[in-house]
Design a protein around this ligand. Sequence first.
Ligand code: 13P
Length: 250
Amino acid sequence: MTRRPLVAGNWKMNGLRASLAEIKAMGAAYDEALRARAELIVCPPATLIAPAAEAASRGGLGLGGQNCHAAENGAHTGDISAEMLKDAGASYVIVGHSERRADHGETDAIVQAKAAAALRAGLTPIICVGETRAEREAGDALGVVGEQIEGSLPADAPEQIVVAYEPVWAIGTGLTPTLADVAQMHAFARERIEARLGRGKSATVRILYGGSVKPANARELMGVANVDGALVGGASLTAKDFMAIAAAYR
Ligand code: 13P
């Protein structure tokens, strides 16, 4: 089973127009040799998607949003629909990031509705799951992630969807799970995706690892079985670090 690796940058609430230079540099460094081995996307703040689409136009670098509303349009002040992200030039959208689950009370049901909205709009959802430190210490990591997969993936989702495993305690902390823990969780996640979507699809779904991915640890993390790429936060803000991480696939 060949899954095309995906390296995705999540800029979170960072980036002004001056940062478009980084996206331009990423597009320029995303050469044919790397394109043959891995897909590369950046998810800047929504304000930068349209200009980023222009800046990245020739290189094959893809773009994504960081969140969307479940509805197509309507009276939802301040929200952005999946259709709007698509219209601005995105082909992906992150849904259910732990920061949104925590800051905005997003439940699995809400995340599932957002993932369905992304698919309706023709976007590929990157559906995030991951346990907190307390949950891992209590021995509940697998149970929590299993439940999030069950509740957050639309039952009829196609095999193009992406799942990102991001242990909350590894985000922005410099901490990462052991390679054995990553292997165990990704194998378990694939089983749970299979239970949710069925075997044919599960083998094709890409499962990304996210949480303190850096140039120094990318190669070993990306080398773990069932790790089909990375969701990178802080280290995706500069072309230099992001491309050094993507180089794990060269
Ligand atoms: P860091 O790479 O900064 O730890 O963030 C990970 C993340 O949350 C990506 O979505």
